[in-house]
Design a protein around this ligand. Structure first.
Ligand SMILES: NC(=O)c1ccc[n+]([C@@H]2O[C@H](COP(=O)([O-])OP(=O)(O)OC[C@H]3O[C@@H](n4cnc5c(N)ncnc54)[C@H](OP(=O)(O)O)[C@@H]3O)[C@@H](O)[C@H]2O)c1
Length: 255
């Protein structure tokens, strides 16, 4: 046996929403390094192009799709466009996410709709878009990114926590429906990761220090912490892992 048969993604295609920044970018880079052809979906073309260029510069295969996952039409268009560069994907990573954080009493329906669309409906609808071809081939990997807020209220959970709780339930429903036909679904659960998503929160250095202290590893998360686990979950050797929420949080959730 060689390691390639366990962990290589050569010959596989991955669609990574939110692959232009933070955790999604790190996953896109890692999957490309493992041999996958990677399609990045996000709104800002410049940031997408930067990551596509990074991957291409080291001999990887990548393409970008400019799409907005905050509406059902946008999700449908992005899903169709994402299958164009390299064909129907074998791997879907739903990393695009927003956390608008208004105080709970000030949440309006615009905040609810946008959060639910990007964080929950897009993973649901994109999975539904790509699963039929995966099921036909007998191989597929759905990887979602949720949050500590799926499990407990934490730094203004609001609607964000609701969407992430739904996402973990979606993972289990998908796993129940599709695992026996080769399509697994799992969720990665980050702790506090230093990315643009929580740039505003990072301005409070005391809070950032306190969050690091709550982990067991002794630091906050970095996007790079998600590359290896995502490659593993995307590959052939993870076929008996499904419906799981895997905490990648330095021990925060069990401290
Ligand atoms: N950072 C943390 O501490 C943390 C903790 C728990 C969970 N998470 C989750 O991890 C995932 C990645 O977060 P991150 O920290 O890496 O955030 P990030 O650096 O802000 O990246 C978010 C990505 O989502 C894309 N995106 C946002 N809205 C979009 C839309 N309407 N349509 C298409 N793409 C959209 C962004 O690109 P554009 O803006 O160009 O569209 C960007 O590529 C999210 O699901 C987040 O909820 C993060």
């Amino acid at each position: 046996m060689n390691l390639d048969s366990l962990f290589s993604l050569r010959g596989l295609t991955a669609v990574v929403t939110g692959g232009s920044s933070g955790i999604g970018r790190a996953i896109a880079l890692a999957m490309a390094a493992a041999g996958a052809s990677v399609v990045i979906v996000a709104r800002d073309a410049t940031r997408i192009e930067r990551v596509v260029a990074e991957i291409s510069a080291v001999g990887g295969r990548a393409a970008g799709v400019v799409g907005d996952l905050s509406t059902r039409d946008g999700i449908r268009e992005a899903g169709d466009a994402a299958a164009e560069p390299f064909g129907e994907p074998d791997i879907l990573v739903n990393s695009a996410g927003i956390n608008l954080r208004p105080p709970f009493d000030e949440i309006d329906m615009d905040v609810w709709d946008a959060t639910m669309s990007v964080n929950l409906e897009a993973p649901f609808l994109l999975s539904r878009r790509f699963a039929p071809a995966m099921l036909e081939r007998g191989f597929g990997r759905l990887i979602h990114i949720s949050s500590q807020q799926a499990h407990r209220a934490f730094v203004t959970s609001g609607v964000y926590g609701v969407s992430k709780g739904g996402l973990e339930s979606l993972t289990r429903s998908q796993a129940e429906a599709w695992s026996a036909r080769g399509v697994t679904a799992n969720t990665l659960v980050p702790g506090f990761v230093l990315t643009p998503l929580n740039a505003r929160l990072q301005e409070d250095t005391e809070k950032v220090r306190q969050l690091a202290e709550r982990t067991m590893v002794g630091r906050n998360g970095l996007p790079e912490d998600f590359g290896g686990i995502a490659v593993f979950l995307a590959g052939r050797s993870s076929g008996y892992i499904t419906g799981q929420s895997l905490f990648v949080d330095g021990g925060l959730s069990v401290h």
